[in-house]
Design a protein around this ligand. Sequence first.
Ligand SMILES: [Zn+2]
Ligand SMILES: [Zn+2]
Length: 212
Amino acid sequence: MLIKTFPMGLIGTNAYLLIDEESKEAVVIDIGGDFQVIKDEIEKENAKLKYILNTHGHFDHILGEKEAQEQTGVDVFVHENDRYLVENLPKQLEKFGFVSNAFPPQNIKTFTENNTFWIGKNEIKVIYTPGHTPGSVCFLTGKNLFSGDTLFYTSVGRTDFEGGSFAQLSDSITKKLFTLDDDITVYPGHDSKTTIGYEKKYNCYFGSKNLD
Ligand SMILES: [Zn+2]
Ligand SMILES: [Zn+2]
């Protein structure tokens, strides 16, 4: 599996392109800016985009998705509890002080934890991790976890936005993510990648080395 990172948009949100090298099927997770750079890469690799998946519905993760949808005809997916955030993209932008002439993608498809996605023979599992938003999820495929704004390198996502909950975030991280294998690589929605093992030790909120 090929994994490429594209920091983009207003506040440097990571978009991830995953390509199964055998079947050439591809998925993009969170498109927060100009889709063209990802499209060029998909064409360069002779791949075919199958889904646009979202870790959650915040504006900085979805801004490029209407354009991506129009250019590829591919469906946009988000957890059912964050659908309202995607639909309210212009309102979100106004709230954060940006001038809004952006439109959300159309015909948004929703999923729950029971859904799985496939590119070639690679299963992409949904792990429901609410807390940053009511519909935040992580995507797990092989030893790779795409954690959105739930888990960051030595940090975690904010819970002071509308619909956020620190208690939920705490459960999501300690009961769901920290029970995964230590050697899983974590690809977060912002900043650098990390591993589950490293965060279990050194995370500033939930790491064992920081809790005494
Ligand atoms: Zn967010
Ligand atoms: Zn974000």
